[in-house]
Design a protein around this ligand. Structure first.
Ligand SMILES: [Zn+2]
Ligand SMILES: [Zn+2]
Length: 304
């Protein structure tokens, strides 16, 4: 499978700065367009990490694809087949993970048909909750212009992994409830020879044993790393992890590569470069080099 990180930030989109705009221009000239490691621009500044909220495109054999989360990164999605049925797996319903639903031209022009999947929420249906957000006067584009009610699929999860009936001829998709401020799941996607675990919003190590069993042996773990270790004491109960916690759980699960995700919107590119250096050092100390750690940026492409 091939992954395109359309949005890697958390909480709210990072405002566009001159540095961000310059980075976008530079990247568009680059035929590899995000497929290589980040490199400095002509003035020696690093390229930008972007600013869109959580959205991962997963390209599968047979021209099929899955989308994980519908943050503002969804707006960049290409439409490459007019009759496509696009399955979107939502980890939860916080606005940074659904804000792209009405922002993507391919969706509101109905070039693709969205099919949503999410864990059942306690008091209201998926359709009712999203419909309460996407309606005037809160928002001019109504939900029914981008989505049919019958394309909202909800599943129950009682603490154990649950198997979903999504593209079963190509992939195995499982969901596991994880600790966050509101009901949230992580997803695991297995194909022949590769496995991906996606946990963009997951707090700490309280459920580390259960989570690491779920993520065991994955080729790639994409995990919440919003905080620095020294920020954690002030952020307890806010629903997110530090990079050290992400590395610990990745190490416990024995995954090959960890991709740090859900960046705090207050961080600059320089802050994330520094976070990446610290994370690499910590991972080396903890695992003796067995775990590869990368910092996600908008546009990063990976092949598993
Ligand atoms: Zn989030
Ligand atoms: Zn959240």
């Amino acid at each position: 499978m091939e992954l395109i990180c359309q949005g890697v930030w958390g909480s709210y989109p990072r405002p566009m700065s001159a540095e961000f705009a310059a980075g976008l221009t530079e990247r568009c000239r680059d035929p590899g367009c995000g497929s290589r490691d980040r490199k400095p621009d002509q003035d020696g500044r690093p390229l930008t990490y972007g600013g869109d909220t959580s959205c991962l495109e997963v390209r599968l054999p047979g021209d099929r694809r899955l989308i994980l989360d519908a943050g503002t990164g969804l707006r960049k999605l290409d439409c490459y087949r007019s009759d496509e049925e696009l399955h979107v797996l939502l980890t939860h319903l916080h606005v940074d993970h659904v804000a792209g639903l009405t922002l993507c031209p391919a969706v509101w022009q109905r070039k693709v048909r969205l099919v949503l999947h999410a864990m059942r929420q306690p008091h209201s249906s998926l359709w009712s909750l999203l419909n309460s957000l996407y309606r005037p006067p809160l928002w001019p584009v109504q939900l029914r212009t981008v989505l049919d009610r019958r394309d909202c699929n909800e599943f129950d999860a009682d603490g154990r992994p649950v198997e979903l009936d999504v593209l079963p001829d190509i992939v195995r998709v499982r969901a596991l409830p994880v600790r966050h401020t509101d009901p949230t799941v992580a997803y695991r996607i297995d194909t022949d020879g590769a496995s991906l675990v996606f946990a963009p919003d997951h707090e700490g190590n309280a459920d580390a044993d259960r989570f690491s069993q779920f993520a065991a042996g994955a080729s790639l773990l994409i995990h919440d790393s919003q905080y620095l270790p020294e920020e954690l004491p002030q952020k307890e109960g806010w629903g997110h992890s530090s990079y050290e916690q992400a590395i610990s759980v990745a190490s416990q699960a024995g995954v090959e590569t960890l991709l740090l995700w859900h960046h705090d919107p207050s961080r600059t590119d320089r802050d994330l470069d520094e976070l990446g250096r610290r994370a690499e050092r910590f991972a080396r100390e903890q695992t003796g080099g067995r775990l590869r750690v990368l910092v996600a940026y908008d546009g990063l492409q990976l092949r598993l």
